[in-house]
Design a protein around this ligand. Structure first.
Ligand code: NAD
Length: 372
């Protein structure tokens, strides 16, 4: 198969979808890899490293898109990339379609086979391609919040850890999945007092056993959320309903109850955000304020640590890329049910129920869509 790896063009996105080791894994099996010139630069991976393991370095993205049978990307295509895609081409990337009607419509029009990293899901409910990025974003959320909580950062001048005789900051985390767990671990490690809210009791039981005593797990419901939001110096949004728009758990009224100079880091912004006042921001312009509360809502947080994130991402995507390259996407989907979960769009049809629901569209079973 011919696999194309374009340079990411989203703001401050320093990741690339494949390491030289990944390229080697593919070329060793007779596949052809086209990599756009400079694609690995942000992650510290030079064109010569890719060429040395058999990739063809392509100067123009347009040529790469024209020749590749499968496009492997990190982030969802940006508007200037929409028209480069063509019917039947496989697009394997983070897609986050539920909150993005225009993106969904454009990809449907292009009739691509859209396999979303974030909805690839194993039988036991794990999302192996999202996990490492969530681990990174969860770990990033707390030091970022700590910086904005400082007076020069515009915050209320509270040191996250506190100090002898002065209490630490209070951190509320909504969602105890991968992001939530790592954010709680960081917050606790930095000495904050943390509340971690989830709806899954057995998940909270494991979290309570794993996390230190300065993290309290709580059942997520509107009353507890309001209490914890009001108390928080830092609020982290980390909920997920796979493939769907994030539930709006925090209303604007609740944000008004927060102390001025508190910080919201809504990591779930890529699925629309779980805070009513969330809107996507970029690394170049990461924050804004609503009712005196600082909001950080960057949808590609791991992009800031391009090298770590590129290794972490390709560690998990490569086995799937190989599977699809070896068998073709249809046979790969039949062989691996988790790839079926990743299928969001097939030849102009939505095949993932939560995405179809978010846009009021028909959800067509993938095998039927493949025949149409
Ligand atoms: N902004 C970024 O750069 C970035 C990076 C990585 C991940 N993310 C996003 O972060 C979000 C969380 O990802 P994750 O991997 O931790 O997901 P996850 O599936 O591991 O965890 C989500 C958790 O939310 C819980 N949940 C669902 N409904 C809830 C509710 N009403 N109240 C409280 N908890 C609830 C679930 O039980 C689950 O434990 C996703 O939207 C993901 O795409 C964003």
């Amino acid at each position: 198969m011919i696999i194309g790896v374009p340079k990411e063009i989203k703001d401050q996105e320093h990741r690339v979808a494949m390491t030289p080791a990944g390229v080697q894994g593919l070329t060793a099996r007779g596949h052809q890899v086209l990599i756009e010139r400079g694609a690995g630069q942000g992650a510290g991976m030079g064109d010569e490293e890719y060429a040395a393991v058999g990739a063809e370095v392509v100067p123009r993205a347009a040529d790469l898109y024209a020749r590749a049978e499968m496009i492997c990307k990190v982030k969802e295509p940006q508007p200037s990339e929409y028209t480069s895609l063509r019917a039947g081409q496989i697009l394997f990337a983070f897609l986050h379609l539920a909150p993005e009607f225009e993106l969904t419509r454009s990809l449907l029009e292009r009739q691509v086979v859209g396999i979303a990293y974030e909805t690839v899901e194993t039988d036991d409910g794990r999302k192996p391609l999202l996990e490492p990025m969530s681990e990174i974003a969860g770990r990033m959320a707390i030091p970022i919040a700590a910086t904005y909580l400082s007076s020069p950062g515009g915050g209320r001048g509270v040191l996250l850890s506190g100090i002898a005789g002065v209490p630490p900051a209070t951190v509320t985390i909504l969602g105890g999945g991968i992001v939530g767990f790592h954010a709680a671990k960081m917050a606790a490690g930095m000495g904050a007092w943390a509340y971690l809210l989830d709806v899954d009791v057995s998940r909270m039981r494991s979290l309570a056993a794993l996390l230190p005593p300065n993290v309290t797990t709580l059942m997520s419901n509107p009353i507890t959320i309001e209490e914890c939001v009001k108390r928080a110096d830092v609020l982290v949004g980390a909920v997920l309903i796979p493939g769907a728009k994030a539930p709006r758990l925090v209303t604007r009224e609740m944000i008004k109850l927060m102390k001025p100079g508190s910080v919201v880091v809504d990591v779930s912004v890529d699925q629309g955000g779980c805070v009513e006042t969330t809107r996507p921001t970029t690394h170049s312009n990461p924050i804004y304020q609503v009712d005196g509360v600082i909001h950080y809502c960057v949808a590609n947080m791991p992009g800031a640590f391009g090298r770590t994130s590129t290794f972490a991402l390709t560690n998990v995507t490569l086995p799937y890329i190989l599977e699809i390259a070896e068998r073709g996407w249809r046979r790969a989907a039949r062989a691996k049910p988790e790839i079926v979960k990743g299928l969001n769009l097939v030849h102009g049809h939505v095949t993932y129920p939560a995405v179809a629901k978010a846009h009021g569209m028909e959800c067509v079973p993938w095998e039927e869509a493949a025949k149409r």
